[in-house]
Structures are given as C-alpha cells and as structure tokens.
Ligand binder design. Sequence first.
Ligand SMILES: [Zn+2]
Length: 108
Amino acid sequence: MELDENVHFVSRCPFCSAEYDLDGAKVIGEQEDATVVYVTCSKCESSIVAMVAMTGLGIVSLGLVTDMTAEDTKRFFGGEEVTSDELLSIYQLLKEDQNTIRALTAKQ
Ligand SMILES: [Zn+2]
C-alpha cells in the first residue's frame, strides 16, 4: 500500500491541530490492506500511531495517541506471536505448580 499525500488519514495533530508533515511518517508495519504508521507532530512533538486500512468502503484510519517511540512501536508490532508449543509449556508449568494457579485465581 502506497502512503502518499492523497491518503488523507489522520491529518492533523489532536493536540495542537497542526497539519502533519507526512514526510516524517514512519511506516511501522504492513499487513495485507492495513498499514501502521507512526507520526510525530513537527510543532508540539506529540506522537500518534495510526492504522490505515483499505476496506470495501474506502480508506479507514484510526489514530492512537502514544508516548511510545517509533522503535517501541516497531517492537510492539513486530513481536512474535505466541506459539501453541509455548502455550502448552505454560499450561504444563501451571499444572505442575498448583500454587501458581491458586495465586493467579485467588479472589482478592
Ligand atoms: Zn502537535
């Protein structure tokens, strides 16, 4: 998906209303029809993570205010999924250690 000036996604800073300079937008991740970009306001330096998705209805965008850095965001989105093997070993661990389960499920 091409990110250009024709894509009018979250185009203004929610804090100071300055128009975003998309040249400074960093593409964090892309997945089929969705792109996650990280934009920092050149005026007030607050950052948002925006998800731009191509749907049957057109382009939909969603912006989230964040205090993560672009690197943090990348790590977050690039994180590997938990595999079923890992889930199983956690299950085994919990099964062997009833105290952990009790601690996790204890009513406060
Ligand atoms: Zn701003």
